[in-house]
Design a protein around this ligand. Structure first.
Ligand code: ATP
Ligand code: MG
Length: 140
C-alpha cells in the first residue's frame, strides 16, 4: 500500500439536495483526508473537456448537461490506495447496484445522477487533480 491522491467530485444532484457536507464527512469518516476542496459551477467547456474520454458514449451530452446544471464540490482526497479505496467508498456506478452504505447507495438516484465522481486510475487521478488544482493548493 502507498499513499495516493484522487480527484473526487460531489455532483450537482447531491449538492442541490444539501448533501455535500454529509458526503465530505462520509469520506473523512472512512479515512480519506481532504487535501483541497472547492465549490464551483463547471462551464460547458470544462465539463466537455473533463469527460472527453466519454465523448463517443450515447450519454455524453446528457452527462455534460447534468454536470453543469448547478454547483459541484471538487476535492483532492488522500489515503493509502486512495484511487481504488475512494471508488469502493462511492459504490457501483448505478446506485441500484451499489453496496449498502456506499455514497451512491445513500445519495444517488440513477445511473447518471449518482452523487459523486472518482478517478479510475492513478494516472487519471494525476491528470484530473491537475485539471482543477494548482501546485500551491496541494501543499496541505
Ligand atoms: P465517474 O467517472 O463519474 O466516477 P464511473 O467511473 O463509475 O463514474 P463512468 O463509466 O466513468 O462511471 O461514467 C461516468 C459517468 O457517466 C457516471 O458516473 C454517470 O454519471 C454517467 N453514466 C455512466 N453510464 C451511464 C449510462 N448508461 N447512462 C447515463 N449516464 C451514465
Ligand atoms: Mg469514470
Amino acid at each position: 500500500m502507498s499513499i495516493e491522491r484522487t480527484l473526487s467530485i460531489i455532483k450537482p444532484d447531491a449538492v442541490s439536495a444539501g448533501k455535500a457536507g454529509a458526503i465530505l464527512q462520509h469520506f473523512e469518516d472512512k479515512g480519506l483526508r481532504v487535501v483541497a476542496s472547492r465549490k464551483m459551477t463547471l462551464s460547458r467547456s470544462q465539463a466537455l473537456a473533463f469527460y472527453a474520454v466519454h465523448k463517443e458514449r450515447p450519454f455524453y451530452e446528457s452527462l455534460v448537461e447534468f454536470m453543469t446544471e448547478g454547483p459541484v464540490f471538487v476535492s483532492v482526497l488522500e489515503a493509502d490506495s486512495a484511487v481504488s479505496y475512494h471508488r469502493e467508498v462511492m459504490g457501483a456506478t448505478n446506485p441500484s447496484d451499489a453496496s449498502d452504505g456506499t455514497v451512491r447507495a445513500l445519495y444517488g438516484s440513477s445511473i447518471e445522477r449518482n452523487a459523486c465522481h472518482g478517478s479510475d486510475s492513478l494516472e487519471n487521478a494525476q491528470i484530473e487533480i491537475g485539471f482543477f488544482f494548482s501546485g500551491a493548493e496541494l501543499l496541505a
